[in-house]
Design a protein around this ligand. Sequence first.
Ligand SMILES: [Zn+2]
Length: 468
Amino acid sequence: MTAARVRAGGAPVIAPAAVGSVTALRGAAMTFAADPFAVAAADALVYEPDALVVMRDGRIAAFGPAAALLPSLPAAATVVRYPNALLVPGFIDAHVHYAQLPVIGACGRTLLDWLEAHAFVAEERCADPVFAAAAAGAYLDECLRQGITTAAVYGTVHPGSVDALFAAALERGMRLIGGKALMDRHAPAALLDTAQRGYDESKALIARWHGRGRLAYAVTPRFAPTSTPAQLAAAGALLREHDGVYLQTHLAETADEIRWVQQLFPQARDYLDVYARHGLVGRRSVFGHGIHLDDDAWQRIFDAGAAVAHCPTSNNFLGSGHFRLGDAKRAPRRARVALATDVGGGTTLSMLATMAEAYKVARHTGFGLGPEQAFWLASGGGADALDLTGTIGGLAPGHDADIAVLDLAATPLLAYRMPFCESLSETLSVLMMLGDDRAVRATWVAGRLAHERRQPKRAPGGGRRDLR
Ligand SMILES: [Zn+2]
C-alpha cells in the first residue's frame, strides 16, 4: 500500500488505464444485495463506511472494506480517495431522446401537441450529421455530469443520428442502447421512412454498431400511432433476426394517445396488445411510461419479462398522469421498472432530481417510495429492466466499473443538512430531494474518470461522513 499513489478526489483527469493496471476508489459506498421492492430495505442494501472499489481492465475486480482490501493491492495501484462522499453504481437512464435536448424546457403543451410543436422540429435538424454529432456530444457530456453511465436512447428517423450517437458513446467508453426511430405515418414528411426503408436502415445500423464496445441496438418504433402495421411487423422481424437486440417504444402515456391507438388498431385487445401482435413484447422490450395500464396489462408485461421505463419529470411536465408504481410492483408479479428522464419531454437529466419526482408521483398514487427503492430504480433495477443484471447497476466483482461519486456537501444546504441524518436511508432521501448535478463529484466509466466536478467552497464543518 505504501507504494500506491494516493490522490485526493479533485485530482486532474486520469489518463486511460493501461491493460492490467489497477485503480481503486476509496470512500463510503452503497450498493445492493437484493431488490428493495422484494425484501426489506435494510436487507437489500450493502453499505461500507470505508470501502475500496478495485478496478481493473474496465471492470470491478473487488469491493469491500478498505482495511481488508488495501493489503492485497498491487504496489503500483492508484488509490483515489473521496472523503465526504458516497460511491454508488453509475446511474441508468432507461428512456431518453437525445435529439430533443435543444427543446428541453419548452413548456405549454400536452404530449401530442408538444411532439408537433417541439419534438419533431428538433428532430428534423438531425438530418444534418454535423448538428447530430454536436447534439450527441452535448447530450453524453451532460449524462456524465449527472453520473449517468448507461442510457437507452432514441435517435431520430435519420440513420446518421444513430451513427453520431454511437460514435460519441464509443469515444467516451459508455454503455449505450440506441436505435433509429421508425415512423412511416402521422409525422412531418421530413421525418417519415417506410416499412421497408426503416427495416433496411435498422438492419444496416445493427450490423454496424450492435455489440461494438459496450453498444447495443434497440429497434425503435416511436409509438403505435406513427407506425403502420407493416412497419410494426418489420420491427418484429428485426427482433427475430438479431439476437440480443432491444425493442424500445412508448406505451400508454396519455388518454388521448390511447384513444387514438384504439381507433388505429380496432382489432387489438389494448395498446400493449398492438405491440404483442407484432412480436414486440419480450425480455428485452422497454416501454416508456406505462401510466395508464390495467392489472391485466401489467400481468402480461410481467409474464413476458418486459420492462417499463418510468419518466416522472416528463409525466408531470406534460400533465400525462401519475404512474402507478404500486400497481407495477404488486406481488407476486412485480414487473421490471426502470427510471428514466425522457428528455426533452423530461425536464432534467439529473437522476437524483428524477428520483425525487418519482417519489412525489408515487405519493399522489398512495405509494410510499423508499429512498433505497428510488436508488434501485436508477441502478440495479434499471440494470434488471435492461436485462443487464450482473453487468451494470452494482458495485460487485465482474460488474463494469461504472461509478457515480456523490458529494454529501455539494451545496451549502446539503452541507448543513447532512449532519442531521440519522441513517443511510435518510442520507439517500436528502441526496435525492436536494441533489442535482452539483452533487455528482465524479463519474467513472469502465474504470476511467470521465467527469470530475470542480470543487465548490465548503461550509465550515459541514457534511459528516459517518452515515449510521
Ligand atoms: Zn419518450
